[in-house]
Design a protein around this ligand. Sequence first.
Ligand SMILES: Nc1ncnc2c1ncn2[C@@H]1O[C@H](COP(=O)(O)OP(=O)(O)O)[C@@H](O)[C@H]1O
Ligand SMILES: [Mg+2]
Length: 337
Amino acid sequence: MTTAVIASPSELAIKTDGLTKRFGRQTVVDDLALSVPRGSVFGFLGPNGSGKTTTIRMLLGLAQASAGDISVLGERMPQRLGGVLPRVGALIEGPGFYPFLSGSANLHRLDSADGFAPRGTRSERVAHALDRVGLSHAADKKVRAYSLGMKQRLGIANALLAPRDLIVLDEPTNGLDPQGTREVRSLIRSLADEGTTVFVSSHLLAEIEQMCTHAAVMRAGRLVAQGTLDELRSAGATRVSITTPDVEAATRVLLALGLDPGLPDATGPVAASVAGAASAGQPGTILSAALPEAVAPEDIVAKLVADGVRVRGFSVDHASLEDLFVALTGEGFDVVQ
Ligand SMILES: Nc1ncnc2c1ncn2[C@@H]1O[C@H](COP(=O)(O)OP(=O)(O)O)[C@@H](O)[C@H]1O
Ligand SMILES: [Mg+2]
């Protein structure tokens, strides 16, 4: 599902270095170094207020950076705005539509306001964009009668009025019900299947996990993690849990191997194995420790057995992305279906 990060600058759809935005004394984007590979579906994840929209506005030349460099599709921004913007479609913070105009009329209006869009092909492009987002049947309906999901898809249609190399979507599923969310998610996947790079922000981890190949995590204006989803997952801690009646001997073995065992707390990630052990009627205590990279789980078992420790249960658990993000951002993330 994931592709390797390709580091060559020409292979990057978006690259920022030292990107910073201050509002007065407040730094809301701080020294940001983003690398978004071409062809990726890149999730830009962070709690509300972490600086996502501000970053996106700078990427598109809608806000001026206080410091730093931006390149989009290999061109410097905002210096090369005129060359870059026609290749980029964007949806930022809910588009403004006229409720008394139809979906089609709104797109015509927005396209005519776009100085880069050729007029001769407008009707054709509007019809094609509406088709792409599954709104052809509602093209002549007034936007006032659209559901939230339809409005959001119309916003994405606006981003698709011309063939694009990069689509930037700021919280495209915000306010959508599960059905609308699924529709937007599958639309994003189909864009990616055609080779368009998609940069999509969200404060919902589950959403990023379901549709992205890569992600960057923001916390209070700073980048706290970036990479393929697999890389992010493997950055999370791995823990081993041992169920044994021989607590002291097991503790000695773990300490000798460089692990720092403790009894799992009832709410931690290993709480499930505590419950599991209890319900299975296994006597014994569960010891749990972070697994250092240099230690192989099978060596722990071998040493425990060699030292006469009776092992009733042994498990290796990778932290979920959720655990990692909660640790990185200090926040829980909402869950979507
Ligand atoms: N025009 C502005 N003037 C002052 N502060 C702003 C402005 N725009 C955004 N901010 C502040 O910048 C921070 C980041 O906001 P934003 O980029 O919208 O975050 P996100 O999109 O991740 O929710 C917030 O604290 C917000 O209040
Ligand atoms: Mg935002």
